[in-house]
Design a protein around this ligand. Sequence first.
Ligand code: AMP
Ligand code: ZN
Ligand code: FE
Ligand code: FE
Length: 288
Amino acid sequence: MNNTVDLHTHSTASDGTFTPRELIRLAAEKRLRAIALTDHDCLDGLPEAMEEAQGLGIELIPGVEISAEFSEGTMHILGFFVEWRDGAFRERLERLQAARRERNPKIVQNLRDQGLDITLEEVAAASGGGLVGRPHFAKVLVRKGYVSSTQEAFERYLKKGAPGYAEKFRFGPEESIRMIHEAGGAAVLAHPFTLSKDAPAKIEAAVRDLAAAGLDGIEVYYGTYSNDQIREYRKLAEQYGLLHSGGSDFHGAYKPGLDLGVGYGDLKIPYSLIEPLRKKAKERAAAS
Ligand code: AMP
Ligand code: ZN
Ligand code: FE
Ligand code: FE
């Protein structure tokens, strides 16, 4: 077994292309010691993943990735060691799932207004029954030949500001952190660079505010980071007393070339990141 981990992964329960079981098997093949399943806004992949992980002797950290309200760019907050059977937590996540159901027909209509032939049924079929996310819209657009890749689908139609985009309800950052803490989890800011495309000062200001709201950690290793980014986020972690986390953000076929554990090839996330996060989650659980 390698002493490495991957703390940011998606399954078919949200917008990954591997089922929870397949994901755990892949982690075993790659000899990872632990992974966190962090599907968007839902915990539905966890029971199956837990079962498979127990069978294969892999440590599975129950996680989630919550989309939080943020006016600038995109804010995703990871929850680790969350109590995934907690009814109150599930209910709050259900609000986010309902927000997707309200949003998705709007995206379909926006795309149809652009002259594209696409239906909600096709998108739902592309999601395979899990939570519908924008990568599933992209998949249909690729299949129908409107674009040649997921990336192009986002650039032309699906990214914020593009003609297909539609807003959805999100909880604010403080509330997102609080619900993770109340579920006994540690809250970690995912991929800080998505907070602002052009202004490092805005990223730092957001991290400062999040830290004041109880954020526990920040993703200092990620599939696409440069060495400069790693240094920058380590510095932010030190400055605001945040733990380190890291993961590939594996989505299977939706992110071509990006593999579990290793990212684009050189990612290596040490198991030693896990204990501090576990300890923090225990403190959060005890306090809630
Ligand atoms: P949603 O939660 O449905 O709004 O979709 C968000 C997901 O879309 C992210 O987690 C990524 O998997 C994917 N995504 C967002 N922006 C892009 C992009 N520019 N290119 C490719 N995938 C993206
Ligand atoms: Zn995703
Ligand atoms: Fe994310
Ligand atoms: Fe993710």
